[in-house]
Design a protein around this ligand. Structure first.
Ligand code: TYD
Length: 134
């Protein structure tokens, strides 16, 4: 599956911790967009899409949530609960996010600006596209 957990260096001292994100360094692409999801209500599940081109890196900067990742062949679940860990997701990976803690702030870096035409929001269509690709 085209995903990777990236350990980000945390600069900790007696004052606390700091993580720096730099394009083409610890982030494996050039950052065109940042968005974040917060105040997520109890039992909400979101996502339910894949992307044709977009690459993204998700960091839970506060709290925790789970990702279901599916490339059409296998499904895996990843718990994000560490602000010094990034989940890199390539294109053509179906994702759903769930089990958000009340305090969860999920930040996502993306290699392109928002483009609805890059989304695949129909799961049947997604499975056909990845079968066609392989
Ligand atoms: P949505 O795709 O439903 O989010 P998720 O994948 O987390 O379930 O996005 C919610 C709304 O925000 C939708 O109207 C599109 C809009 N949006 C933007 O305007 N810019 C963005 O970068 C993103 C990710 C979403």
């Amino acid at each position: 599956m085209d995903i990777k957990l990236i350990q980000l260096q945390s600069h900790g001292d007696e004052r606390g911790s700091l993580v720096s994100l730099e394009e083409e360094k610890n982030i494996p692409f050039s950052i065109k967009r940042v968005y974040y999801v917060f105040n997520t209500k109890d039992k909400v599940r979101r996502g339910f899409h894949a992307h044709k081109k977009l690459k993204q890196l998700a960091i839970v900067v506060k709290g925790s949530c789970r990702f279901l990742l599916d490339d059409g062949n296998e499904k895996i679940e990843v718990l994000l609960d560490n602000p010094a860990q990034g989940l890199y997701i390539e294109s053509f990976v179906w994702r759903e996010m769930f089990d958000f803690s009340e305090d969860c702030v999920l930040m996502v870096l993306a290699d392109s600006i928002y483009d609805e035409t890059d989304y695949v929001r129909d799961y049947e269509e997604f499975t056909k596209m990845v079968k066609h690709d392989s």
